[in-house]
Design a protein around this ligand. Structure first.
Ligand SMILES: [Fe+2]
Length: 370
């Protein structure tokens, strides 16, 4: 079995951040309507693609391309310098190419061990930052800072600032996680261990920006029954943005998955939604940041650690069902992949198929006075 490396002594480069996600969609118009309701804004529309931006200046954080079938097409990462792009290209015996699409810049195209296209970019166009609402003024018990002024509850999409992180499910956890750690200098902030064997099976990886803090996780690699996109998360301003953003999406007829809650690892206030193709996207606010000195922490894996508070974890959130397609992928993985074993899969299913909260779904009678 491959051993997971939480931090590489000499990574090829240290990426600065995630850059974008590239989706392929049959219905481009529907995807555009969804992502505008989600809170992204149109940067550019071409005949076969849309480029969506946030409040921050980067030209785009989401690309949706017209395609024959819906898919997660590529993960974009942002290199810190043109020299890093060259070093990465040399290490993989490939070339730095001009990014021949709106937003420009240069990039190196790689494939991760599961075959996902990973595009490392530098020099994307920066647009003027967009205006956004003022942060909430919060009244505290001994400190009332808001007087004669109710909290506004303005309906509308959450203002998305930027792409924050991408979570990938992989049949081979260590092989994939190590690839991201060694190539891009990512550091494991937190690692979840399989309770029965203490093998690592989820790594929350952050960027190494030295003394400058980085998001608790920019890329997450999680062991799972197939190689799949799990979700992409987008940063919003605050709790009200996450809550009001969820209201807005549902009012437009879109489907909420789970939230509003607060995560434990990373501390984000979050809400998950399904885009029209069933791909999960997350709004979050108030996430942790760590500099390069913070050590990796290890935890027993399981669903109870997914959230500190909020509505109970719904059954659909961790999908352990076996569709014919998934079954075929599992069989193929068991035959061909060293790290992917039935014992591991069943142990993970036990740990993550359990009830997150003992009281969830328990019937109750309203207490009455004696
Ligand atoms: Fe997330």
């Amino acid at each position: 079995m491959t051993e997971f490396i939480p931090r590489a002594a000499a990574p090829v480069i240290k990426v600065a951040d995630v850059a974008y996600v590239r989706f392929a969609r049959r219905d481009l118009g529907r995807a555009e309507r969804y992502f505008l309701d989600f809170g992204l804004r149109l940067s550019v529309r071409t005949d076969n693609a849309i480029y969506l931006r946030g409040v921050l200046p980067q030209h785009h954080y989401v690309i949706v391309e017209r395609a024959e079938r819906d898919a997660f097409a590529a993960l974009g990462l942002r290199a810190a310098s043109p020299a890093d792009l060259r070093a990465l290209a040399a290490a993989h015996a490939t070339q730095v190419q001009p990014a021949d699409e709106p937003g420009g810049g240069e990039r190196v195209r790689l494939q991760d061990p599961a075959g996902l296209a990973v595009e490392v970019v530098h020099g994307m166009e920066q647009l003027p930052q967009l205006p956004y609402r003022a942060p909430r003024v919060i009244n505290l018990p001994g400190e009332k800072r808001r007087r004669n002024a109710p909290q506004p509850a303005t309906p509308g999409p959450a203002e998305v600032f930027r792409l924050g992180h991408v979570v990938l499910q992989r049949q081979e956890f260590a092989r994939n996680a190590n690839w991201y750690v060694r190539n891009f200098g990512l550091i494991a902030s937190d690692v979840e261990l399989l309770p029965s064997t203490t093998e690592p099976l989820i790594a929350f990886l952050r960027c190494d920006r030295g003394a400058d803090p980085a998001d608790h996780h920019s890329v997450v690699i999680a062991f799972g029954p197939e190689d799949a996109f799990d979700h992409a998360a987008f940063e919003t301003l605050d709790l009200d943005a996450v809550g009001l953003g969820a209201e807005w999406l549902q009012r437009q007829g879109w489907i909420k998955s789970w939230g509003v809650e607060r995560h434990i690892l990373g501390s984000q206030i979050f809400c998950y939604h399904y885009d029209p193709s069933g791909f999960a996207v997350e709004h979050y606010a108030d996430g942790d940041v760590f500099d390069a000195d913070a050590p990796t922490r290890y935890h027993q894996g399981g669903v109870s650690g997914l959230y500190a508070w909020g509505p109970d974890l719904p059954r659909h959130f961790i999908d352990t069902g076996m569709s014919p397609r998934r079954l075929a992928n599992v069989v193929r993985g068991l035959r061909s992949r060293e790290e992917f074993t039935l014992a591991r899969l069943l142990a993970a299913k036990r740990a993550y198929g359990a009830k997150a909260r003992p009281w969830a779904g328990r019937p109750f009678r309203k207490p009455r006075p004696d």
